[in-house]
Design a protein around this ligand. Structure first.
Ligand code: KG4
Ligand code: ZN
Length: 347
C-alpha cells in the first residue's frame, strides 16, 4: 500500500510517498528556516503563506521522485492537528481537495503520532523496528511528553510538561546566547567546543513523570547575568553582546547536558513504573540531538529516527496513517475534515 503523506503543521512544507508504513519512496521537505532565522522565530502568517506557495510543487515532486502517478497512490494522509492554525489549514485543504479530485481515502493524523512513527521508517538508523509495549519520548518545539504505547495506534500520556516544551527551551536559551533560530541545532553545534561541567544548572523539582523547562531557561538567564556581573534587571537580549565565544560554548554545553540529564532521568523513572516495556523510542525535532541520541543509546539501547526524519516530514505522516489503517481507523470525510491546533494525542 502506497500512501502520500502531507505535513504543514509548522514551518516545513513536506510530502512523501511511503510503502507499507516503512519503505520511503520519496521524501520532499521544503524548510522555511531561512526566512525565520531572519526574524528569530516563526511568524504564523508568513508560514501559512509560504506553505500555500510551496505545497503543490512539493506534492508534485514527491510523486515524481517516487516514480508514481496518482493511480499508484492508495491513500492520502495529512497532519490536521496540532500545530499553527494557518499552517495546518493549507496542508489539510490541499489533502482534502486532492482526495476528492483523485477519489482517494483521506486519513487525518495527529502530529505527535507521526513523530513516533518516524521510528518505523526505512532507510533509517534502525535495523529492527520497535516492539510493544513501548515508551515514546516525544520532544519537539511544541511538546514534551512520555507516551506509553501498549500496541500500534494506542497512546497514553504518562508525563508531560507543565510549561515550556524542551525544543522551545533550546530556542529561548539560544536567543539569550545570541545563537540563531532554530536554537536546537545551533546549541548542539557550539556545545561541541564547550565544557558541560562549567556551569551548574538546577534540575526542576517536578512530581512524577512530568517536566518543567521554564525554570531551566530562567536559570540560564540568571547564571549568565551572574557570570557577567550584571544585575538581574539587565535585559536578556543584550547579554549576548557581553559573552565571549568560549562562554557561549560553555553555557550551551552546560545547558544541553542538563536538559539531556533531565530527559534521561524521567525516562528511567518511567521504566521503573513500566518494567514490562520492550522498547524506548525518541521522537520529534529534538531527537536529532547527537548528544542525547548517544546518551539514550547507552542508557536504554533506545530507538531514534534517522536524523533527517527527526524533524517535520511527510514520510512519518504516511507511516502513522498506515498503522492507523492497520488498526482499523476509518478514513475522514474529505468534505468535512477539520483542523485542531491544540488537541491531545489521547483524543
Ligand atoms: O518536531 P519539530 O521539527 O517541530 C515541532 O513539531 O515542533 O521540532 C522543532 C524543535 C525546535 O525547537 C528545534 O530547536 C529542535 O526541534 N531541534 C533540536 C535539534 N534539532 C532541532 N534541538 C536540539 N538539538 C538538535 N540537534
Ligand atoms: Zn514536529
Amino acid at each position: 500500500m502506497k500512501i502520500l503523506g502531507i505535513e504543514t503543521s509548522c514551518d516545513e512544507t513536506a510530502a512523501a510517498v511511503v510503502e507499507n508504513g516503512t519503505r520511503i519512496l520519496s521524501n520532499v521537505v521544503v524548510s522555511q528556516i531561512d526566512i525565520f532565522a531572519a526574524y528569530g522565530g516563526v511568524i504564523p502568517e508568513v508560514a501559512a503563506r509560504s506553505h500555500l506557495e510551496a505545497i503543490q510543487p512539493v506534492i508534485d515532486k514527491a510523486l515524481k521522485d517516487a516514480g508514481v502517478t496518482w493511480d499508484d497512490i492508495d491513500a492520502i494522509a495529512v497532519t490536521n492537528a496540532p500545530g499553527l492554525l494557518g499552517s495546518l489549514l493549507i496542508g489539510t485543504l490541499a489533502a482534502r481537495t486532492l482526495a476528492i479530485l483523485h477519489d482517494k481515502p483521506l486519513y487525518a493524523v495527529h502530529h505527535l503520532k507521526s513523530h513516533v512513527y518516524a521510528n518505523w521508517l526505512i532507510p533509517g538508523e534502525n535495523t529492527a523496528t520497535p516492539t510493544f509495549p513501548l515508551l515514546a519520548l516525544v520532544i519537539s518545539g511544541g511538546h514534551t511528553q512520555i507516551l506509553y504505547m501498549p500496541g500500534h495506534n494506542q497512546f497514553e500520556i504518562i508525563g508531560t510538561t507543565h510549561d515550556d516544551a524542551i525544543g522551545e527551551c533550546f530556542d529561548k536559551v539560544a536567543k539569550i546566547l545570541g545563537l540563531p533560530y532554530p536554537g536546537g541545532p545551533a546549541i548542539a553545534n557550539v556545545a561541541l567546543n564547550g565544557d558541560p561541567e562549567k556551569y551548574r544548572l538546577p534540575h526542576p523539582k517536578v512530581e512524577n513523570l512530568d517536566f518543567s523547562f521554564s525554570g531551566l531557561k530562567t536559570a540560564v538567564l540568571r547564571t549568565v547575568q551572574k557570570e557577567l556581573n550584571l544585575p538581574i534587571s539587565h535585559p536578556s537580549h543584550d547579554l549576548k553582546n557581553h559573552l565571549s565565544e568560549q562562554q557561549v560554548a560553555d553555557f550551551a554545553a552546560s545547558f544541553q547536558k542538563t536538559a539531556i540529564d533531565i530527559l534521561i532521568e524521567k525516562l528511567q523513572a518511567a521504566l521503573i513504573q513500566h518494567p514490562e516495556v520492550q522498547s524506548i523510542v525518541l521522537a520529534g525535532g529534538v531527537s536529532a540531538n547527537e548528544a542525547l541520541r548517544e546518551e539514550a543509546k547507552v542508557a536504554f539501547g533506545g530507538f531514534c529516527p534517522a536524523k533527517n526524519l527527526s524533524g517535520d516530514n511527510g514520510a512519518m505522516v504516511a507511516a502513522a496513517a498506515y498503522y492507523e489503517i492497520e488498526s482499523g481507523v476509518k478514513p475522514a470525510d474529505p468534505y468535512q475534515l477539520n483542523i485542531y491546533p491544540r488537541i491531545s494525542i489521547e483524543n
